[in-house]
Design a protein around this ligand. Structure first.
Ligand SMILES: C[S@@+](CC[C@H](N)C(=O)[O-])C[C@H]1O[C@@H](n2cnc3c(N)ncnc32)[C@H](O)[C@@H]1O
Length: 238
């Protein structure tokens, strides 16, 4: 039976639909830290408890992590910290969780969820570092309302960050970059701009040699096609 939520995705009473995606079933069969839909909201305010004591240093969350290329390497290189990758696609989350399991990573979890529900997944002051790499730009006028990054979202995310927490953003899309800068300027009371680059790899003589976690899967393609990468680093003001 299929169930359609009456409420929009950012509403507290939103319900995830029952999915017929074959990877939904497969995800239920995984025994490592991978959660789907409403399960991802069960750890609100205590996400670090998902991880062993030795990994409870800092919590990094990557929104739109796809199959976890970056976050798997980050978790591997930082065993004393915890990591959660979020994506709304079932198959990439499954692939990411498979990789984490094969590498025996105890400090990495995956959430199959809508990023719009971030405030229901994380409590106040829980996130040390939020990464947002190459989000879908929704370039057409009628699609712009679908962009994850906007002024209201910056206001909603700020309280979820630990005092001094960092928000790292990269995009290849000039229009989305300008849109982000506009939204940030409307929230300078909450966020400080640490740095902005309009061509991140300009001074690197061999950017095509960069690898995960320093670049993402999409970033590698943009580097190959010589498309400039825009980067923004923000710090929450608290
Ligand atoms: C363009 S891809 C970039 C993937 C990866 N960050 C990289 O740089 O290689 C955008 C990713 O964000 C995910 N995504 C888009 N909108 C999302 C949303 N509202 N909630 C969760 N994931 C989302 C997509 O499924 C996709 O994996």
């Amino acid at each position: 039976m299929s169930e359609k939520s009456f409420f929009p995705v950012h509403h507290p009473d939103y319900r995830y639909s029952v999915s017929k995606n074959p990877y939904w079933e497969k995800l239920q069969g995984l025994s490592n830290r991978v959660y789907c839909d409403h399960q991802t909201e069960a750890f609100h305010g205590r996400c670090l408890e998902l991880f062993p004591q030795a990994a409870r240093g800092k919590l990094t969350v990557e929104v739109g992590c796809n199959a976890g290329h970056v976050i798997v390497e980050s978790a591997f290189q930082n065993p004393g910290e915890s990591f959660i990758g979020i994506d709304w696609k079932f198959k990439p989350i499954y692939r990411g969780a498979e990789k984490a399991s094969k590498r025996g990573l105890q400090n990495l979890g995956f959430f199959r969820a809508h990023a719009e529900r971030l405030p229901f997944m994380f409590g106040n002051g829980e996130i040390d570092r939020l990464n947002f790499y190459f989000p879908d730009p929704w370039p057409k006028k009628a699609q712009i309302k679908n962009r994850f990054f906007n002024s209201e979202r910056l206001r909603l995310i700020a309280p979820l960050m630990k005092p001094g927490g960092l928000f790292h953003i990269k995009t290849d899309h000039r229009g989305y970059f300008e849109w982000m800068i506009q939204a940030i300027q409307e929230n300078l009371n909450l966020w400080e701009i640490l740095s902005v680059s309009e061509n991140l790899h300009r001074d690197d003589p061999a950017p095509h040699l960069l690898d995960f976690p320093d670049v993402t899967l999409f970033e590698k393609l943009f580097i190959r096609d010589q498309i400039p990468i825009h980067e923004i680093k923000l710090q929450v003001r608290r």
